[in-house]
Design a protein around this ligand. Structure first.
Ligand code: ADP
Ligand code: ZN
Length: 285
């Protein structure tokens, strides 16, 4: 059996599958304190004989194997989880190989193997929700360096009609500070869900997201860009983003057809847990 955790700031999804990645059982656990949450995680996995596990975690996390805090959740705004040795506690309990990367890298991996980027060797996965986070798979491997990408915090030009100061605690008006769900809520004084009919809101939103996607394209040349997360439930954003992307790029890079290039997750909300199972499978090779 393979075990996987998609560890989010709101909930932990845990699942077990066979080697063909068919999920046999799953559970969703609210994210509270590490002690309370991990106790429930353990009581789920204790029922199974696991060969390997994969974890896609919210972060920032330490992914550097040479570091003394490898496997830790590090500087997260979720204070109870700051400096938590998440991977270490899982290894202590199960003593099996455990793959470890960010939630969005895992989602990118899931989409590459089984979702909207199936058959490709690279993709970017961006979630636009409570925060904005992006991961990438390049040549079939999650992209990491000294740490992991933080694509949600890239800098963007302000829209001429927008004087919002931004809400990122580190950078104020980075992409996350301007275009996350809470940024929309702060700027317009209404839940993002209720802004559907305000055309100007989504034109500005598309302006910011398209700039970010242009930058990812220029730097990584991914074969697909997949946009998930709560805010992207506004499906009408997709054509607006493609249009802005086009007018910013001005044909400089000959991308795949934008209807196929900038897309929704093929796995819906299961991208992260599927990718985490693939991480587990990769540990066995
Ligand atoms: P999380 O980022 O916590 O994993 P989500 O991806 O669901 O969870 O993101 C939650 C954010 O997405 C909230 O800020 C919420 O306002 C926004 N959101 C959720 N559903 C919608 C929707 N249908 N339209 C616009 N925004 C939405
Ligand atoms: Zn930021």
């Amino acid at each position: 059996m393979l075990g996987a955790i998609e560890a989010g700031g709101t909930k932990f999804v845990c699942a077990v599958s066979n080697r063909s990645l068919e999920i046999q059982d799953r559970v969703s656990i609210p994210t509270t304190t590490p002690e309370e949450t991990l106790e429930k995680v353990f009581s789920f996995f204790d029922q199974y004989e696991l060969e390997a596990m994969g974890i896609g975690s919210f972060g920032p996390i330490d992914v550097n194997k040479a570091s003394s805090t490898y496997g830790y959740i590090t500087t997260t705004p979720k204070t109870a989880w700051k400096n938590t040795d998440f991977l270490g506690q899982m290894k202590n309990r199960y003593n099996i190989p455990i793959g470890w990367t960010t939630d969005v890298n895992a989602a990118a991996l899931g989409e590459l193997e089984k979702g909207a980027a199936k058959g490709k060797s690279s993709c970017v996965y961006l979630t636009v929700g409570t925060g904005i986070g992006g991961g990438a798979v390049v040549n079939g491997e999650p992209l990491e360096g000294f740490g992991h990408p933080e694509m949600g915090h890239v800098l963007v030009r302000m829209h001429p009609d927008d004087d919002f100061e931004g809400i990122c605690p580190y950078h104020k008006n980075c992409l996350e500070g301007l275009a996350s769900g809470p940024a929309l809520e702060k700027r317009y004084g209404e839940k993002a869900q209720n802004l559907t009919n305000k055309q100007n809101v989504w034109e500005i939103q598309a302006y910011y997201l398209a700039q970010a996607l242009m930058n990812y394209t220029l730097i990584l040349s991914p074969e697909r860009i997949i946009l998930g997360g709560g805010v992207m439930k506004q499906q009408h954003l997709f054509p607006l983003i493609r249009k802005e992307f086009n007018s910013l790029m001005k044909g400089y890079v000959n991308t795949p057809d934008l209807d196929e290039y900038i897309v929704s997750p093929g796995l819906g909300d299961d991208a992260g847990i599927t990718g985490s199972l693939i991480l587990a499978l990769n540990e066995l090779d």
